[in-house]
Design a protein around this ligand. Structure first.
Ligand SMILES: Cc1cc2nc3c(=O)[nH]c(=O)nc-3n(C[C@H](O)[C@H](O)[C@H](O)COP(=O)(O)OP(=O)(O)OC[C@H]3O[C@@H](n4cnc5c(N)ncnc54)[C@H](O)[C@@H]3O)c2cc1C
Length: 289
């Protein structure tokens, strides 16, 4: 396996184009190297992304939104005060991944492009309305994170494309997001279910914008517009949250496996979504909830 560590985007593009579909990018390697160790097919060319500046920066843009390089590690994301304050749901989702050692390597780009149904940062990015900048030999495109994963292990990226960065839009006043997951033990495990909620309230606590995304309860992370509709135009009282929970649970399409049955996953997703919505509302300034 040929290893290359380019230092700019043009070199990454050229290397992947020259590999004719047999190249693979690596960010933290926390998924990729683990797979090689268990005998997965090794690409002819491995392109290390961690030496390219654009892939390793977090920047607040003029419009108030944030650009996060696709290879920035979880620890750097958690240490960015501005990002944590604007998008606590996204940063807490990334922070849940692995251990201290994994946090020093693992990236948002790797979490997304590994295309696991249970990837923790992906529902939070989807609920946040994040887009990603994708680059390849045919040029550049912006794609909503919600459209990247096509099926378990498969993304919409061509063989010579890679994610350069994520864009999180500017926050409206009275906005908050949150991500919660359940795992069978206290850390270092894969989610039974995960729920991300992103809300904007008006001055009276009425929800004026909402997005809900779920992880580990369908083949791909799931945006649930029907659940958002339940909250729109309402304060988050008991009756609204009861309806919200039942729509979330009914929207799941999980499998039975050793981490949980279908019924259990449906139930847990509903409970987590309610709790995440209440945290998001508090973060949006609704103190009395
Ligand atoms: C002990 C342990 C615990 C873990 N715990 C969790 C957890 O709690 N939650 C969770 O969601 N995951 C967990 N993971 C999985 C993994 O750490 C995450 O998915 C991580 O975010 C992957 O990022 P990475 O940078 O290491 O990806 P890599 O391993 O470098 O890459 C993963 C895949 O994405 C591709 N890729 C990487 N970057 C890009 C890019 N910029 N553009 C296009 N393709 C790209 C690679 O080619 C590869 O196919 C865990 C892993 C381990 C080993």
């Amino acid at each position: 396996m040929q290893y290359e560590a380019p230092t700019n985007l043009a070199e990454v593009v050229a290397l992947l184009a020259s590999a004719d579909g047999h190249g693979r990018v690596m960010a933290g390697g926390t998924d990729l190297l683990a797979r090689f160790a268990t005998g997965s097919h090794r690409p002819a060319l491995l392109v290390d992304l961690k030496h390219v500046a654009e892939l390793m920066e977090i920047e607040q843009r003029g419009d108030g939104g944030f650009t996060i390089g696709a290879a920035v590690c979880g620890a750097a994301i958690s240490e960015h005060a501005g990002l944590c304050s604007a998008w606590p749901g996204v940063t807490e989702a990334m922070d849940l991944i692995g251990s201290v050692q994994i946090q020093g390597r693992a990236s948002l780009g790797g979490n997304l492009c590994n295309a696991s149904p249970a990837a923790d940062s992906v529902p939070a990015l989807i609920a946040a309305g994040a887009t990603c900048r994708i680059l390849g030999s045919q040029g550049e495109r912006q794609v909503p994170v919600a459209d990247v994963i096509l099926s378990p292990g498969k993304t919409c990226l061509a063989g010579d494309e890679f994610v350069v960065s994520f864009y999180l839009p500017p926050r409206a006043p009275n906005s908050g997001d949150a991500y919660l997951r359940l795992i069978p033990r206290s850390e270092m495990d894969i989610a039974v279910a995960g729920a991300a909620v992103n809300l904007t309230l008006d001055d009276t606590g009425v929800v004026i914008a909402a997005a809900i995304a779920l992880g580990a309860v369908s083949p791909v992370p799931l945006l649930v517009p029907r659940a958002a509709e339940v909250m729109l135009g309402c304060r988050l009282d008991e009756e609204v949250m009861r309806r919200f929970r039942s729509v979330v649970s009914a929207s799941c399409r999980p499998i039975n496996d050793k981490r949980g049955t279908i019924d259990y996953r449906n139930h847990v997703a509903g409970v987590l979504a309610v709790r995440a919505a209440l945290i998001a509302a508090r973060r949006a300034g609704q103190e009395d909830i």
